[in-house]
Design a protein around this ligand. Structure first.
Ligand code: AOF
Ligand code: ZN
Length: 365
């Protein structure tokens, strides 16, 4: 019976956590529910880096009623002094008697120490309730905290025959309205969005988040080995920050012109192509933990070959484009044998109107 209750309240805490997805930066999403004698007395989520952790927000709401209560937390309460003081000390001080944790915090500064500290102080601690879901909602944080490399989600819209445009290059629109709305939610949920310069030259996209409710704009990243980006491109406007990844082949005067427009230009390798591994490391250093890759076929292929893609989200429209030379979603050499094809794992499928989004994780990562 208690187990079922635990799952019920943990699911509530997971919902709270997930609702802040996309707004916590390099921090995880975390939710907390505090229950006393069959009644919820506090709820909280971590909303923004530098602001209260989930437990603190929930404890503030519970006040005196936290004494003798059970706290449900989607991530192990922290034990370190970060931007904010440790949550496990606050749980102890408030007299919580039981803590249910979904998953251990992979942050090496915590990694089990929070749970240990709670147990040492006499609090009963349960770990692993709805753990799979809790791990999944923090897939970005779980990678970034250990590697300092951004989690890359490759998103593309494509026809059933894998094309992203017709043989003449026409591409508006492949998928329907529901899919396109979902993509804007994805933009809100990622710190950055990345495309190749060819996309900028041919489509002049703004790469902002446009939803029926206000959303956050991701930082725009353009891969442009020779700085061919036109200075009048909409992607260089002031709606959001822009970073250009280039090589030593870039002309210095163009670098200066872009910098004068407020754009950050990062030289990644001698060329002729941008060193993508180095580029991702530099992006990580700037505190960008997630990237939505909306590249064309070449950039998608290069990122896949470099092993830099963590997740794929493929929005299939029920159309067949055909056509000689119509661009494909993945332009790279590929293997000789079918058995060496890139295989996805953890595959799931979701309908958006008449389109289907197939999501999965490359097996090699
Ligand atoms: C929790 N509850 O709600 C969050 C936790 O820099 P700070 O002080 O914000 O701490 C960030 C680290 O704390 C983060 O890397 C992760 O280990 C943990 N996040 N822990 O108990 C929360 N957001
Ligand atoms: Zn904390």
């Amino acid at each position: 019976m208690e187990m079922l209750n635990d799952e019920f309240y943990m699911q509530l805490a997971l919902n709270l956590a997930e609702s802040a997805s996309g707004q916590t930066g390099v921090n995880p999403v975390v939710g907390c529910v505090i229950v006393h004698s069959g009644r919820i007395v506090g709820m909280g989520a971590h909303l923004k880096r530098g602001e209260g952790h989930a437990e603190v927000n929930a404890l503030n709401m519970a006040g005196e009623q936290a004494r003798g209560a059970t706290a449900y937390v989607t991530l192990e309460p922290c034990s370190h002094y970060g931007v904010t003081p440790p949550c496990c000390e606050r749980l102890i001080v408030e007299g919580v008697s039981r803590v249910v944790v979904a998953t251990v915090d992979p942050n090496p500064l915590v990694a089990g120490k929070g749970i240990q500290r709670l147990r040492e102080s006499g609090i009963q601690v349960e770990v692993g309730i709805l753990e799979t879901k809790a791990t999944q909602i923090n897939e970005v944080f779980n990678k970034f905290i250990l590697t300092k490399m951004p989690f890359v989600t490759l998103k593309t819209a494509l026809s059933l025959d894998g094309r992203i445009a017709t043989r003449t290059g026409h591409s508006r629109w492949i998928t329907g309205e529901k899919s396109r709305e979902a993509v804007h939610t994805l933009r809100h949920r990622h710190n950055a969005i990345m495309v190749g310069v060819d996309t900028v030259v041919s489509d002049d996209p703004e790469l902002t988040t446009r939803l029926s409710v206000p959303g956050l704009h991701p930082t725009r990243i353009i891969v442009d080995s020779r700085l061919r980006v036109p200075l009048t491109s909409r992607v260089l406007n002031e709606a959001a920050p822009t970073i250009i990844l280039t090589t030593d082949l870039a002309e210095l005067t163009k670098v200066r012109q872009l910098e004068d427009q407020g754009v950050e230009v990062l030289q990644c390798g001698a060329g002729p192509r941008v060193d993508l591994v180095k580029a991702m490391a530099l992006i990580g250093e700037r505190g960008i933990s997630s990237i939505l890759l909306e590249g064309g076929g070449m950039l998608n292929g290069a990122m896949l070959e470099a092993g830099l893609v963590d997740k794929l989200m493929l929005f299939y429209a029920p159309i067949i484009v055909g056509g000689d030379g119509a661009p494909s979603a993945f332009a790279y050499k590929g293997p000789e044998e079918m058995s060496s094809a890139l295989r996805l794992q953890g595959v799931s499928m979701q309908a958006y109107g008449e389109d289907w989004c197939i999501s999965g994780y490359p097996t090699s990562n």
